[in-house]
Design a protein around this ligand. Structure first.
Ligand code: SAH
Length: 219
């Protein structure tokens, strides 16, 4: 069953299965995650001009000079969060709303922040259309969202020069922050966990994100 509650063949089912096969070959093995990526129609989150490329493993333009992340990156970051059902997750960089939809499909309670009102409005329409109960606001996500902290997971979908202090502070005990860190062009994913007051970081190399712009990001 897909997002529209339809069964049977959809226009993109074949491409979608190819995307799932590729993710599997690249090491995404969590059946729950693969199921979520199967249920969310990526073609509903891209601009009309790119709809035929929806299931390619590439980032695509979404307006405001921003992009929807590549499916492998979405899967990898989601896997790195290590969520359990009911986890509270903060996303910085709503963009199209695709990553937030994947998190909601996995049973997370999702909070998401976007700095471009135009993108946020379009994402909110999608959340409404597919009945996702996702809290969202327009603003500078480098400051986090203290009102609803702490979070079991924080996922930043734009690249930063360093991890914003506020985000580390808003992690719950045992929580994980996944954030691309590096230069403007290429970044490493940092997977930062807070346990007993100690902060541990693991890294995965070679990702490419749009810049995180804000008080604790790029100017
Ligand atoms: N998760 C999105 C990816 C969007 S690209 C998706 O699934 O489509 C990253 C987004 O981060 C862009 O929309 C950009 O506008 C936003 N962004 C950049 N800096 C930000 C900040 N400080 N606070 C909130 N959003 C930010």
């Amino acid at each position: 069953m897909n997002m529209n509650g339809r069964r049977g063949l959809g226009r993109f089912d074949h491409e979608k299965e190819e995307m799932i096969d590729l993710l599997t070959r690249r090491g995404i093995v969590d059946e729950g995650l693969l199921g979520a990526m199967r249920r969310v129609d990526r073609h509903e989150f891209v601009q009309d001009a790119f709809v035929n490329r929806s299931y390619e493993d590439s980032a695509l333009p979404i307006g405001c000079a921003q992009t929807i992340s590549q499916p492998y990156t979405v899967a990898f970051m989601t896997q790195a969060l290590g969520l359990r059902t009911g986890a509270r997750v903060l996303e910085i960089g709503t963009g199209s709303g695709y990553q937030a939809a994947i998190l909601a499909e996995l049973g997370a309670r999702v909070f998401t922040i976007e700095r471009h009102m135009q993108l946020l409005m379009a994402a909110r329409e999608r959340f409404e259309k597919y009945s996702y109960n996702i809290a969202s606001k327009c603003g500078d996500g480098t400051l986090g969202w203290s009102e609803f902290a702490p979070y079991d997971g924080i996922i930043v979908t734009a690249g930063a020069p360093e991890p914003p202090r506020a985000l580390v502070d808003q992690l719950a005990e045992g929580g994980t922050l996944v954030i691309p860190i590096g230069g403007m062009d290429i970044q490493d994913l940092h997977i930062i966990t807070r346990t007993g007051g100690a902060i541990r970081t693991a890294q995965a190399t070679g990702f490419k994100f749009v810049p995180l712009i804000g008080k604790s990001g790029w100017k």
